[in-house]
Design a protein around this ligand. Sequence first.
Ligand code: NAD
Ligand code: MG
Length: 419
Amino acid sequence: MASDAVLWFGDQMSAVPLRNNKAAASTVRSVTVLGATGSIGDSTMDLLRGARDRYRVEALTANSNVEGLAKLAREFGARFAAIADPARLSELKEALAGTRIECGAGESAIIEAAARPADWVMAAVSGAAGLKPALAAVDRGASVALANKECLVCAGDFFMERAKKAGACILPADSEHNALFQALGSGNREELVRVIITASGGPFRTWAPADIEQATLEQALKHPNWSMGQKITIDSASMMNKGLEVIEASYLFALTPDEIDVLVHPQSIIHGMVEFSDRSVMAQLGTPDMRIPIAHCLGWPDRIVGPSARLDLAKIGQLTFEVPDFARFPGLRLAYEALRTGKGATTVFNAANEVAVAAFIAGKIKFGAIARLVEATMNDWIRTGNRAPLQSADDAISVDHVARNRAAALLPQIALKAT
Ligand code: NAD
Ligand code: MG
């Protein structure tokens, strides 16, 4: 799908294409969904369900949900289904018995799914586990709708460069980045002053720091506006998600940390804005429904008819804005620090956060300790780490492993620390 005719935002760095250089969309596109059973996967399958004549499903993947995966593979007549848990292969085979759907299990099967010839791939595995599969799609020059922000945060040093080399189109599926993608076409790199990504502020936006410290899992999982997977919902409560998104924006669009601002906007109607040199600010608006940015990626370079609710601003009445509170949400400060440090620091930030979130879910640390564990791991890595730009997936995965081990080692003392 991607071609030499694609223009790149910025001079050389970004593989995000500009809309004003439309490629002709073929009639039936083949699509693969990595992480088909998750929240983003579900929204993607819903859109595909509504346009069966325009899309053919090549491959679908899941982590361990055999039943959900087999059901989708049967419904869409997928050619290949892959389950990450190697112990589930016979179960998957059984669930697909009587069909002609090929199947596989383990990390290599997920990578195989991504490498199979589909025009468009949704990268919606959660966490750094999504990196190698996303790269497999990138390397064959596919159009890759990128929901998995962790893989970009983890491998940002080279991910976009590799996409550019392979002629892959990276279509930002995260709502804020999709908003920027839509707004950026209004000007060029030299005219850009800054981008603004909005944040709902999550469930603890107005809480006292002492209460945030003690927040329970149930409270952290109550997002005011968005319905999402568990990990990203907790990241939204800590605003680590916004931190990941600042890093994601920097790598996607080749922006410096100073060119990226975060604005708290509790209604989640404006998703992102771009300010240009003439002081025009272009914004993208929509109801908080991930099917809107995903539909934009799916239809690109055209627009498809979306099933989401139409925006009724009169009914909403008010859009409000606040500056983010870095003291209350230290994860946001740490993300900027990691981005400024570079050379693997964002990989460490992400790995430590994944360990911290898992520990919080398991009841091993308090909510407030998530950011403390990330900070301690980053400081430890800066003190002792061998810092060099990451060149490959193996480099990124090796830093990711080191950081996970350090975070796990630091966990007991962080858990014990009095607040
Ligand atoms: P989710 O937990 O609901 O789903 C994750 C999917 O990945 C599932 O299909 C799961 O089976 C699969 N998976 C998990 N671990 C895996 C592994 N080790 N190997 C292979 N497959 C694995 O997550 P989600 O909310 O859909 O988020 C997916 C990604 O999209 C994340 O990176 C998230 O940050 C990003 N994102 C999500 C939203 C949202 O609204 N949910 C919005 C923006 C970005
Ligand atoms: Mg987002």
